[in-house]
Design a protein around this ligand. Structure first.
Ligand code: ADP
Length: 452
């Protein structure tokens, strides 16, 4: 080989070696990158796993307090949205929420910078925040906090790093949720920002209280207008009767027979009695509302009590109605307030008769099951429209199918209060044109050593 061709082949070989070296080097770098990336991934991104907060010690009462506000799942309201907007602006965070902690979720009454309307409670930072109702709860960097470092809301969307929440505490000390601000980068708040967040939190609970007051005010106004229309109708009719009969007696009594005078006097007495009963009901509901009912239990032979009640009601039962009583108990004696029970049952039985204009049967049954006395009153009368059922126990409420059947809408309101007062329950099932069944349950307190 000539010297020239030897040099050429040497150059060629070194080119190949350089090429191979470069390729190997690149592959090595690529492998190293992949290895490092995998390692990074393994070390840095934790497996998503929440550390749920414990329940507050008064959880059941706290949830009841939350329910009283009737705010969950209501539409957004400006008053709350203004407060979250201010919180986000003052604290300089992209996210701010009014979050309420329900039994197994946190629900947002108001939100800035977040799409979700609720998240599971076990993921909620706010569920931790309500455990110390008097202090703001601040997490400067969720990745440095073992309670939150693996929280799915931290390791993935919305990538929470910073959280600060002030508990929303009711006047009776129940923490319902928080007003909170959230950021996607670690940070801190200064003293002024924390104080401002606290003040805004107090405004949130004030708004919640105002909502309840407004709702009560609305109910009261509705009640007032129903009271006015009921009294004007129910008092006007007997007053017209009294006036008419009194006028006639004044002008014609000399010429009338004793029987005719007597019949007009009777009409006046009936009208006065009707108004007295009406006033008694108004007073009774006032007493129940004011918490002034009294409970005077005494031993009561239930079967005999029910039979007597039916006997008393017989004058009201027209020839077309039949009132039947079936006793499913072993002639028991219970400690009960007779006056309250009489009022409940006679009201339901009179209604069953009153709203069965086409005649038919009213069934009255007595059971004793699992510590409850159960009274069932079933009729086959006009029934109650579905949309009226939720309102039946409100004062002065009457269903819209009553036509000209007289009534005040007070009976069931009183019945409900009397049942509640004895820790009982009342339920109604009804279908228009088919009939109605009321079921009353009262706790059974047996009288010892009773044998019939
Ligand atoms: P009222 O004096 O109007 O009978 P209540 O408070 O006793 O007042 O009842 C409220 C309303 O419930 C009634 O006006 C009526 O619309 C409905 N209602 C109650 N019981 C019955 C029933 N057995 N059948 C049909 N409707 C009933």
């Amino acid at each position: 080989m000539s010297r020239r061709s030897f040099v050429r082949s040497l150059l060629e070989t070194s080119k190949v070696i350089r090429f191979l070296h470069r390729s190997l080097n690149q592959s090595f770098l690529k492998l190293r990158y992949l290895h490092r990336h995998r390692q990074k991934k393994r070390n840095k991104i934790p497996i998503a796993k929440a550390s749920p907060a414990a329940n507050p010690s008064n959880e059941a009462a706290r949830l009841e307090a939350l329910q009283r506000y009737e705010i969950l799942d209501t539409p957004p309201e400006d008053a709350f949205d203004d407060l979250t907007a201010l919180a986000s602006f003052i604290c300089g965070t992209p996210i701010a929420l009014v979050s309420l902690i329900d039994s197994n979720r946190q629900w947002f009454k108001s939100k800035v910078g977040l799409e979700a309307t609720e998240t599971p409670r076990e993921l909620a930072f706010c569920a931790h925040a309500i455990l110390s109702p008097s202090e703001p709860f601040i997490v400067p960097n969720a990745l440095d906090d073992e309670r939150f470092a693996t929280n799915p809301l931290v390791v993935s969307d919305p990538d929470i790093r910073f959280y600060a929440g002030v508990p929303l505490v009711t006047a009776d000390n129940y923490p319902l949720g928080t007003l909170c601000v959230i950021d996607r980068i670690p940070r801190r708040l200064n003293r002024e920002q924390i104080d401002a967040l606290r003040a805004l939190g107090r405004q949130v609970i004030t708004q919640m209280d105002l909502r309840i007051k407004l709702e009560k005010e609305k109910e009261l106004n509705e009640l007032k207008s129903r009271f006015v229309s009921m009294t004007s109708h129910e008092f006007r009719t007997p007053l017209t009767t009294i006036m008419g009969s009194a006028d006639l007696l004044e002008y014609y009594s000399d010429k009338w027979s004793k029987e005719k005078k007597q019949s007009h006097l009777q009409r006046i007495q009936n009208a006065v009695q009707h108004m007295t009963l009406l006033l008694d009901d108004v007073l009774l509901i006032g007493k129940a509302e004011a918490g002034k009912l009294k409970f005077n239990p005494s031993p009561l032979d239930l079967k005999q009590f029910c039979l007597d009640l039916i006997e008393e009601l017989q004058p009201n039962v027209s020839n077309h109605h039949s009132l039947t009583f079936v006793n499913h108990t072993q002639d028991i004696k219970a400690n009960l307030d007779q006056k309250l029970l009489r009022h409940i049952l006679s009201n339901l039985l009179s209604n069953a008769i009153k709203y069965s204009p086409d005649g038919g049967t009213v069934n009255f049954e007595l059971f004793c099951q699992e510590g409850w006395l159960i009274f069932q009153i079933q009729d086959f009368g006009i029934g109650i429209p579905e949309k009226d059922l939720p309102h039946l126990f409100e004062s002065f409420y009457r269903a819209n199918n009553v036509g000209d059947i007289p009534g005040t809408g007070l009976g069931l309101a009183i019945v409900k209060r009397f049942v509640d007062f004895q820790d009982g329950k009342i339920a109604v099932e009804s279908e228009v044109g088919v009939g109605t069944r009321f079921t009353v349950q009262i706790p059974f307190h047996p009288v010892a050593n009773y044998s019939s």
